[in-house]
Design a protein around this ligand. Structure first.
Ligand SMILES: [Zn+2]
Length: 388
């Protein structure tokens, strides 16, 4: 599950023998630029849709997949994107291409479904009369948008810096493992609202950590994060069934006790649970008990056992939570009680529990820990390196 950040890093001698290492900030190693420039990431904005709204403020260009410019203009009033057999329609104009690339002269002038984006927009026609839209954006611009969506903007700067490095590490990992695919990231993985999430304060914080990522043993890894762990973060292997590494093995967290998500309770009707599981072809009826199986150090169940009129079924606990509704069933660290027509779930924390605990990071920052110490706590044995 971990991949080497750069082939140049993995090949040959350890880097420390090849270059002079400069400690640019406490705990951050700078080996000189390892990448020539800021990487571009491909983010899936719209998937499998028949229609979307597009507007462009300033001057723009539209190119086909071969980057030959086929149209240009000055401002495009809001209009619909759709596809037909002949190609892609933007407003009343049909372009006989199965892919269009739209660029604006200035950042943030392209608006898709009321959200403004920095990068180049690619519309990809699919065979089913639908299309998807991908943004190609500079990683730093993307992180600025993610930061404003993933953490309250008013939080402590060190918590926000830790979050920026976490999101950058995660994005670089996805760019590596999906390098041959149409897109690297979708908005289910990292919340992103284009430039709507940016503020001058957040942009400054992103700039201060520019190019810095976490590595373990010179490998970049999926730096998962979540809202509130509830006392102990969870081993990645336990939650996602993937190979564990020390930075994702779980640590105790005495910092998120005051999170509003530390303890929760919710009542969900059996009919609703049954309906939601049916979507994934899991059939239960008249549930009698729901039990977590094999809880980890943070009490998050690896699996759940559902006893119903159809017998007992076991499934992955995280999948169960995502199906029932992750904002309703806030974590898999729960106990369930049968109330007749409904089940009351009482639990701790919000999210899968792996990696950085955001409320814990905020409490650590408020206590005076710097972002590097926060990351070293939640991801043991990492090194912080500047890639560019
Ligand atoms: Zn925590």
């Amino acid at each position: 599950m971990i991949v080497t950040i750069l082939t140049t890093i993995s090949a040959g001698m350890p880097l420390s023998c090849q270059r002079d290492v400069v400690m640019v900030q406490d705990g951050v190693r700078d080996y000189g630029p390892l990448l020539d420039k800021t990487p571009i990431v491909r983010v899936l904005l719209i998937k499998d849709k028949r229609e979307a709204q597009l507007a462009i403020r300033g001057s723009y260009q539209i190119a086909g997949s071969l980057t030959n410019i086929i149209d240009q203009g000055q401002g495009l009033p809001r209009c619909a994107i759709s596809v037909s057999k002949g190609g892609i329609n933007i407003g009343n104009r049909l372009y006989g291409n199965s892919e269009l690339r739209i660029t604006s002269r200035q950042d943030g002038e392209i608006e898709l479904n009321n959200v403004r984006y920095r990068g180049e927009i690619r519309i990809l026609q699919q065979s089913n009369d639908k299309f998807s839209v991908i943004e190609e954006v500079d990683l730093e611009g993307f992180i600025a948008g993610v930061l404003g969506s993933e953490m309250p903007q008013s939080w402590n700067e060190d918590a926000l810096r830790a979050q920026a490095v976490t999101a950058r590490t995660y994005a670089m990992y996805k760019k590596k493992v999906r390098r041959g695919e149409v897109y690297h990231l979708d908005m289910l993985e990292l919340a992103y609202k284009g430039i709507a999430g940016e503020t001058a304060r957040l942009n400054k914080i992103v700039q201060e950590t520019k190019g810095i990522v976490m590595v373990y043993n010179w490998n970049i890894f999926p730096a998962y994060f979540h809202s509130t762990c509830g006392g102990h973060t969870e081993n990645c292997n336990h939650v996602f069934g993937k190979d564990g590494i020390p930075p994702l093995s779980g640590v105790s967290c005495n910092y998120c006790e005051n999170s509003k998500h530390s303890y929760w309770s919710t009542n969900i009707s059996k009919a609703e649970i049954e309906k939601k599981l049916r979507v994934a072809n899991i059939h239960v009826s008249n549930i009698s008990t729901v039990k977590t199986v094999n809880p980890g150090a943070g009490n998050h169940g690896a699996r759940v056992e559902i006893a119903s009129a159809y017998g007992s079924k076991e499934m992955n606990a995280n999948d169960f939570r995502l199906l029932v509704g992750p904002n309703n069933l806030m974590s898999t660290a729960f106990h369930a009680k049968n109330n007749g027509n409904s089940i009351t779930f009482s639990g701790r924390g919000w999210g899968h529990g792996v990696g950085l605990c955001q409320y814990g990071a905020q409490a650590m920052a408020e206590k005076g820990f710097e972002w590097t110490a926060i990351l070293q706590h939640y991801y043991p044995q990492i090194e912080l390196v500047r890639l560019y």
